[in-house]
Design a binder for this molecule. Structure first.
Ligand SMILES: Cc1cc2nc3c(=O)[nH]c(=O)nc-3n(C[C@H](O)[C@H](O)[C@H](O)COP(=O)(O)OP(=O)(O)OC[C@H]3O[C@@H](n4cnc5c(N)ncnc54)[C@H](O)[C@@H]3O)c2cc1C
Length: 418
């Protein structure tokens, strides 16, 4: 399509060439456009794959320090011992071998947005035409909480196994305390799913004491009917759900969690801190000047930052109000990939993008629930809004949903990483 924008760009390049300088578009035509992606989670991996798959003329470099991605999705089943780490470990090999993505095994530490260069921990300087930031989340400090001792396991990996160790060490009849941060946070139903699986695990090992769930929110944030029902029936003897409960500090030397309701003694604990955009998003000034902003403001047509041009933010770090899920990160990555390809072709982004989110939650060791929603761009407000009648959830947990969960997850893993 020869769009109005593209015509304007070509006219501009012609005028500049006549004046004797090298026009941007002419340079782009001789040298392949360069997209640099920071972070190889569901957002970054999908973006890298789809840009290359849809337009192999674009160079894509993915900067990610870890040799493989460990998925948070299904990670609560590693905590219970139902799955091993290999089931949630996703390799980057196919992105390189099948799609020609250049992988840089390093951590990005700086962005020069004027000269469009990313610097890495090992001292590389990587130039870009378009930069995509997909670094996931960062956490607020909770006074006294040492996550090396009490892992939050809200980023999967070694902390997932450390949390399993916490659970395994709870003595018979002991008390396990877990906390849920204020929304928005990564995976709205995830903490309630974890509470159910902690209780299920203790019950099955005949070690059930109490699981005290301290929720900073005033009610269950996602699938309230499903989780309240589970708390009141299946787990009535184990789970004590306390809304409006905020952890003020942790004194693990004395196995005590301090809250707005007073101290609680615990034998095991999982404190999930309040969350915000990944460190590099904050360091690059992408939150703007309002100190209350926790997620990067972007234009949802392209996920380009509204603060710094040519930097796009996708996945959990972005602040469009859409749920922070791996499924959504994958969906946003495709919208962004399409917008980048159109940009290099001198075209405007799709004016009516749609995205979707899905979360499956194991409720017991044999049943699961699910939640899904579709979002569409609302031109009147410039926001992504839920499409009417698309918000749906499982009427009740079931064994069929538990089986479907693995099919859904494996599809998402394959679509993002292979
Ligand atoms: C228990 C649990 C259950 C969940 N269940 C579901 C579910 O059922 N469905 C669903 O859709 N989602 C689920 N999620 C949410 C999902 O895991 C996240 O929303 C998703 O991982 C977000 O993807 P992301 O790419 O934005 O971030 P991440 O997956 O965190 O990836 C970020 C990547 O960036 C890298 N990175 C960070 N900083 C840098 C840097 N400076 N330089 C280079 N690389 C960097 C990191 O190493 C990491 O690989 C669940 C989450 C949890 C915790």
């Amino acid at each position: 399509m020869f769009s109005h924008n593209r015509r304007k760009l070509l006219q501009a390049s012609g005028a500049l060439a006549a004046a004797g300088s090298v026009p941007l578009l002419a340079r782009a035509q001789v040298a392949a456009p360069r997209v640099v992606v920071i972070g190889g989670g569901f957002a970054g991996a999908t973006l890298a794959k789809y840009v290359r798959m849809w337009n192999p003329k674009i160079q894509v470099t993915l900067i990610e320090p870890n040799p493989s991605h460990v998925s948070c999705i299904l990670s609560n089943l590693v905590m219970t011992g139902a799955l091993g780490m290999n089931a949630i470990t996703l390799r980057y090999d196919t992105l390189r071998s099948k799609y020609g993505v250049s992988l840089v095994a390093d951590r990005a530490v700086g962005i020069d947005a004027v000269n469009r260069i990313v610097t890495t921990q090992n001292g590389s300087r990587i130039p870009y035409d378009k930069l995509v930031l997909a670094p996931g989340i960062d956490f607020d400090a909770v006074p006294g909480l040492d996550t090396a001792v009490l892992p939050h396991a809200w980023q999967a990996g070694p902390q997932t196994l450390a949390l399993k160790g916490q659970l395994d060490a709870v003595p018979a009849g002991g008390t396990f305390v877990m906390s849920i941060p204020p929304a928005p946070y990564r995976c709205p139903p995830g903490p309630y799913e974890r509470a159910c699986l902690l209780a299920d695990s203790l019950l099955r090992r005949r070690r059930a004491g109490r699981v005290i769930v301290l929720d900073a929110n005033n009610d269950v944030v996602a699938e309230p009917h499903t989780f309240h029902t589970a708390f009141r029936t299946t787990y009535a003897s184990v789970i004590e759900y306390r809304p409006n409960s905020v952890v003020s500090s942790v004194d693990w030397a004395n196995k005590t969690i301090h809250t707005n309701w007073g101290p609680i003694r615990a034998d095991g604990a999982n404190i999930i801190p309040p969350q915000k955009a990944g460190k590099l998003v904050v360091a690059a000034g992408l939150l703007g000047t309002n100190p209350a902003t926790r997620w990067a403001p972007v234009n949802p047509l392209s996920y380009e930052s509204t603060v710094v041009p040519h930097i796009h933010v996708i996945g959990d770090s972005q602040g469009t109000g859409q749920p922070k899920s791996g499924h959504m990160a994958n969906s946003q990555a495709k919208v962004c990939a399409d917008a980048l390809i159109r940009y290099f072709a001198g075209e405007a982004p799709d004016p009516a993008p749609m995205t979707s989110s899905a979360c499956y939650s194991p409720i017991t060791s044999k049943t699961a629930s699910w939640l899904t929603v579709v979002f569409g761009y609302d031109a009147a407000t410039g926001l992504m809004k839920p499409v009417p009648n698309t918000l749906a959830e499982a009427p009740a947990p079931s064994g069929d949903h538990y089986e479907d969960m693995f099919g859904w997850a494996n599809n998402l893993f394959a679509d993002s990483f292979s």
